[in-house]
Design a binder for this molecule. Sequence first.
Ligand code: B4P
Length: 182
Amino acid sequence: MGPPGAGKGTQAVVVAAALGVPHISTGDIFRANVSAGTDLGREAQRYMDAGEYVPDSVTNAMVRDRISQDDCRPGFLLDGYPRTLEQVNELDMMLLADGLHVDRAIELTVDTDVVVDRLLKRAEEQDRADDTAEVIRRRLEVYADQTAPLIAVYAERGVLVQVDGMGEVDEVTARILTAIGA
Ligand code: B4P
């Protein structure tokens, strides 16, 4: 968890590889569908380009389908999900049905001016439609409004691990692996 540009995607790839479990990024799945021109991609693109969240019904169904696949049996790392309270509740139900639970929720903490700089830099490099200054502002608002409050949910459950997301990518990775005892 963490605001847009906190480094969730960057770190999740490495951490999932270290743990030997699949990395499941809802953002990546949406972008792959946008590139492939699927119905899901067309639906998701409207929201992503505006900096809004894709509707819970669409996102939850996609995650339910993905985590039911065989490669997820040893466990999995979710990147960018859950992002709303409804997604938290739906994920709880999906896991409960299989006798599973969230072991750890990792929050990457990063100053707002640093995330904005990172996203504007990515805009130059990757041409993502949701990395313009205006859309970044909206994404940060949506995060503060809908996702930041979920941190407390996982803190109350005693599974929250907070990690400083500032500094070099390798330094942040080392902090995460230490914090989760991997
Ligand atoms: P995501 O794909 O999850 O993207 P993100 O929040 O922007 O970025 P992330 O935190 O992963 O940052 P990254 O590592 O890439 O979401 C995109 C959109 O998809 C959402 O806005 C929403 O519309 C939709 N969506 C996704 N999940 C959803 C859900 N559950 N429900 C509804 N809608 C959903 O890093 C950013 C940049 O910083 C990169 O360029 C990276 O190279 C750089 N960087 C990372 N770490 C760095 C470091 N330590 N130092 C310097 N640069 C660093």
